[in-house]
Design a protein around this ligand. Structure first.
Ligand code: GLA
Length: 350
């Protein structure tokens, strides 16, 4: 994937986090999502070394990792992402040079804003740029980064976060069809309305939450229905299956429909309708998908009480941030992050 050009001694890459406007827990069901890249993310500065090692420094944590480039050993925490990225790049036959990596982030971790994808993407782009391979195909890179999470971190996540981070565009969300990997930009300008995220105060981890269990349930439901994925399921067929599989199916089928309904509402400039769809998505994630927590519920209620037109958990759920759409004149609550579609992953000037 990609053609090699000129090696360089230093490269700096930025990988943005993402907010998923709607279409949650649909990516690993061949469904639809509507995410956008945000301005916050992770920056990786890479400098070539001559000793066959990768030395990575996570500045926000004050921690370091050091390992042989040609045989990254397994590890936990942030090190799993770094070692996994190096190993998967090499396994894909991409050129990786020994390097010192300085990692700095502005996106909160464990928040549902994809600090993980931001790190994987920035790491891969910086390492590829050192080898002159920065034109690697971005959908292939998204798949590679997702293998890092699946194989090295133990989170069976889908392609949503990496695709949003790598292909994000300013002022646009991306309608991603995970069956075909067709990605279509959708104008997302909210005018006087604002999208904000608010921390529920509860960190989540995909490898450790109910995420992997939901994924197993969806695979089981598809098997029971005799379909390749829940993209092909119908709510009528779902009624034949026992609880909770019937509810998981309903969530996926209805959430896919909400993605296109949101796109229609945006095209019509009907932001109140977008708010109602965010609410409906949240209720479904809570009642049909069982992905909410008391802290998330409190945060959603507080945002609605403060005048939000809609609010919902964002990302994998089981904690993390809550996304809300605020009408004009409703002030963002203290600590809220105002989010807007921003440019996708890129090399920065060194
Ligand atoms: C996490 C995963 C994604 C996706 C969302 C839920 O962010 O990394 O692949 O499944 O949860 O929509």
């Amino acid at each position: 994937m990609g053609r090699c050009s000129v090696e360089r001694e230093r490269a700096v890459a930025f990988g943005p986090g993402r907010v998923n406007l709607i279409g949650e827990h649909t990516d690993y069901n061949d469904g639809l999502s509507l995410p956008f890249a945000i301005a916050d993310g992770v920056t990786v500065s890479a400098t070539a070394r001559g000793d066959g090692e990768i030395v990575a420094r996570a500045h926000d944590l004050g921690e370091e990792d050091r390992f042989a480039l040609d045989a990254p050993p397994r590890a936990d925490g942030w090190r799993a992402f770094v070692r996994g990225a190096v190993a998967e790049l090499r396994a894909a036959g991409l050129p990786v040079r020994a390097a010192s990596l300085e990692i700095r982030g502005t996106v909160p971790t464990g928040a549902g804003l994809s600090s993980s994808a931001a790190l994987e993407v920035a790491m891969c782009l910086a390492l590829l740029a050192l080898s002159g391979a920065e034109d690697a195909d971005r959908l292939e890179l998204a798949r590679l980064c997702s293998r890092v999470e699946n194989e090295w971190v133990g989170a069976r996540t889908g392609l949503l976060d990496q695709t949003a981070s790598l292909l994000g565009e300013r002022d646009r969300a991306l309608r991603i069809d995970f069956r075909t990997l067709d990605v279509r930009p959708v104008a997302l300008k909210t005018g006087d309305w604002r999208l904000v995220t608010v921390d529920s105060g509860e960190a989540h981890s995909h490898a450790g939450s109910g995420y992997n269990e939901r994924r197993r349930e969806c695979a089981e439901a598809a098997r029971e229905l005799g379909v390749a994925s829940l993209r092909d399921a119908t709510p009528e067929a779902a009624t034949a299956l026992p609880d909770p599989l019937d509810r998981r199916i309903r969530h996926v089928v209805e959430e896919n429909a909400r993605v296109d309904a949101t796109i229609e509402a945006l095209a019509a400039g009907d932001l109140a309708a977008v708010g109602a769809l965010l609410d409906a998505s949240h209720v479904s994630l809570r009642d049909l998908y069982d992905a909410s927590t008391p802290a998330v519920e409190r945060t959603v209620r507080a945002l609605r009480d403060a005048g939000a037109a809609g609010a919902r958990m964002v990302g994998g759920g089981f904690g993390g941030h809550v996304l809300a759409l605020l009408p004009p004149r409703v002030a963002p609550p203290e600590g809220a992050i105002v989010v807007a579609p921003s440019a996708g992953a890129r090399l920065l000037r060194t």
